[in-house]
Design a protein around this ligand. Sequence first.
Ligand code: NAG
Ligand code: NAG
Ligand code: NAG
Ligand code: NAG
Length: 951
Amino acid sequence: MEDDAEPTRRAIRFISIVFSLTISSCIGFSLKNCRISLDNALCSGSKLQAVPRDIPSSVKGFDLTGNRITKIQVGDFRNHTALIKLNLKRNSISQIEEGAFADLRSLQNLNLNNNHLPQLGNVFDGLSNLTELRITSNNIITVLSSSFKPLRSLTFLDLSYNNIQKLLVIHNAIQHLPNLRSLIIKKISVRHFQSWELTNSTVGIRCLDLSQNAIDVFNVTTDVFQNLTWLNIGGPYRKQKMTWYLREPKLLSRVATLDIGGIPLENITAFFESFNFSLTSLKMNAMKYNLKELLNVSCTIPTLTKLQIRNNNFNLMDSGLFQLCSSVTELDLAENHIRSIFNDSFRAFLFLKRLNLSQNKLSLVPSAVRNLTSLLELDLGSNNISSLGCHDFAKLGKLNELSLNLNFIRTVKQCVFEDLTNLRVLKMQMNKITRLNGAFKRYLPNLRQLVLHNNTLTTIEQGEFEGLRSLQNLSLQNNHINKLKNGCFKGLTMLTELLLQSNDIRGSEITQEVFKELNNLTRLVLLDNHIKYNSNAALPKPPFSHLFRLEVLAMAGQSSKKMGSLPRNFLQGLTNLLVFDTRNAQILSLHQDMFKYTPRLQKLDISTNELTDVSPHLFDPIPNLLSLYISRTTLQSLDFLNTANLTKLEFLQARKNHYSVITEEQLDSLSGLVYLDLQGNSFTCDCDNLGFIQWINYTKTQVYDAYNFECNYPLHLKGTKLLDLDIRSCSVDVEFLYFISTTCATFLFMLMTFTYHFLRWQLTYAYHLFLAFLHERKHRNVPPQCHFDAFVSYNAHDELWVLRELLPKLEGEQGWKLCLHHRDFQPGKPIIDNITEAIYASRKTICVISRRYLESEWCSREIQVASFRLFDEHKDVLILIFLEDIPVRELSPYYRMRKMLKKRSFLSWPRAVQCTNLFWENLRQALRAEEDPDGEKLQLTVQDSAPRRGR
Ligand SMILES: *[C@@H]1O[C@H](CO)[C@@H](O)[C@H](O)[C@H]1NC(C)=O
Ligand SMILES: *[C@@H]1O[C@H](CO)[C@@H](O)[C@H](O)[C@H]1NC(C)=O
Ligand SMILES: *[C@@H]1O[C@H](CO)[C@@H](O)[C@H](O)[C@H]1NC(C)=O
Ligand SMILES: *[C@@H]1O[C@H](CO)[C@@H](O)[C@H](O)[C@H]1NC(C)=O
């Protein structure tokens, strides 16, 4: 029955093998240097010197960042008509061939930043859909005026940090870009900005960045900026004044956002007049001179609402500085050296909503902020504040967001946040807080997010956060927490995310009482603590049994010298858990009931644990698993997958384990796999991996880094690549030759019966002549250096036959020198070494096969070594003697032996009983046969006749 489909299957197999041998690099889905993720080819940082051409043309994104590509050639992106985003930044590209991008008609986004292009020629042909082009930090001096002509859709162009110098070059290039909206030309060494150089090329532009150009002359006489709303002409502080000339003020009358950082203006009043009634946001960073005058003029613009004055070095704020700025609602004073602020400095701001005082030198919350009753956001981060007073935020009842991060706060008083009834976000990370003193026990009913990471908290007291009825996110990571008192998260019924990583939490602190009320928690992060259990015995009160909404539980990186395990009911109650990460948690074993409680689990990471064994039933309760990470788990094989029902698994990462052979059964059990990462395993490079190698070549699964899989065994192939293995000796021999030879044999048989009938005597004579000729030739060959003529491999149960029948015949009568393990093995040496040595020291290996022999492990190991020698040295050394009649189908578990039986013949003792002399003669012939590949023919003839004549 099975054999009905055989020829077709064989033919298909043959065709695909030939196919895979000739064009394997095209149909396989393993990329040499890249991987595909969500339609993106990711090839960054791979030391590539040219664009790889094995990327499927269906990808939408192509990331080649940080390689060593010097040239973009025609054909590099051939057929990539679906590509939308191409990133070539940080290479050494100095040349792009004309037409290299011609096929990229869907491309919208091209990044060529940080390369060595000296100029731009006609290289953008075909990029008619490109909307964003970035070519910053090259060496560009000129741009051909026709260069950008194909870019009809371009809206954003960034040519910053080049050495273009002349505005005219920019003008000539962009005049063909009717849709250009943003032009970024920072630091291109343009000193003069004269509008007559521009004609109509800039009329559509809304956003122009000319910053860091140290412009001396800014001259606008024609209406070239009809749509400009965003203008940056600032830069670092400089002494050189800028000459500013507008023929009439309305030429820039739409500009709403303006940055004039660092520039000394000649005529402040005239300058700001140009922006009266349009300007809403003004940046005057690094002005360092008559700031008062600048503010007194600019603040008369009635539309001005946002003011940024950073980096101006005023350490004492003049109380009248902002007196005219009453319309401003957002004030940014960061990065000055402000030490103190007069109480009435902010008096003018009646409607101030956002105040940024970060990165100054304040040691107290300035009392000037108390009067800003309309304030919504206050940033005091990165100052020198060491304590907070009860009245610091007394009148800020409207405040939504308060940042106090990166200060030196040690404790908080209970009263501090009393009045902040509308506060939603409180950032206090990176201070030195050791105690919370009940500051969160009663107040802040609307707080959603509390950030307390990187402090020095050690204990979380009972009810510590009880007042935070609306809290959703609580970050407590990177403290020194070692005690979680019962009920410490009491009242946090709205909490969805709790971050506790990098503390000193032990397993005993993780109790049911601690997490009791967190009914809405979806994410709990306990990474990098000391959560460790001695055994996998069930806990009387599993810790997370109330967290039925939890989706993510991360507890990787538990540090401690001692290895441990997880209680078998650790996850009890987590019925909605989707992600469980327990990477590098020094776990030695996982109980097979571990995931019984988490039927929805989709992503499981147990990598970097010394799991010597994984029960195949571990995965039975989690059939929805999509991603499995088992890298560095010291697992010897993927056999546990054979019975696991992981048909939905899409992603498997199993790096750096000890898998040497991947079998077809293992691969079959992962039918839904999209991505397989086996990097850093060392493979056995012989026919055992034939199925795997072929699978890599046809599969739709992406096999990450397959081209770099290295052979570890056999020794002489160590360091070569698995995919470079010549698999013809495995597949074509067995499958194809068998197919051809059966066909030919049938045909020959018919021919021979016919000729035999008429030419029998002539034929017999010719046959003997031929045999003699062959023997002659063989004896001319120098015999190889072998101690034994044959190594005899047998099972102890068959010893009697070997000693009584085989030995006297072969050693006594025929004079061969045999190697028997009970007699010739060196004592003390590992048995496998003995076997290997014996097989290599013998010309032939005789396997005495019985059912018992097949059941014994060592014996099948001997067949493995011998057949390996066949592969290794192309020497056929195996002689099979069957002591029992074993039908071929019963050999199916002994896959290799079956293949061998199909390929060549064997001697059968039961069939030879009537004619033992012939049996011994055939054996003698087989032992005499030399092991050059041609010798096989003779062996075939001799042995073939044995069972037939013996009948
Ligand atoms: C060009 O881009 C637009 C979206 O911006 C898209 O709808 C269109 O199909 C693209 N054209 C081509 C030829 O890919
Ligand atoms: C500028 O004018 C020229 C000729 O009148 C025209 O070809 C070009 O498309 C215009 N450019 C823009 C950006 O409008
Ligand atoms: C802007 O216009 C207003 C109202 O006409 C005027 O009071 C103010 O001085 C002007 N400011 C500037 C900088 O020209
Ligand atoms: C494996 O899972 C699929 C669906 O996930 C189910 O249909 C099938 O019966 C399961 N097979 C076994 C052997 O459990």
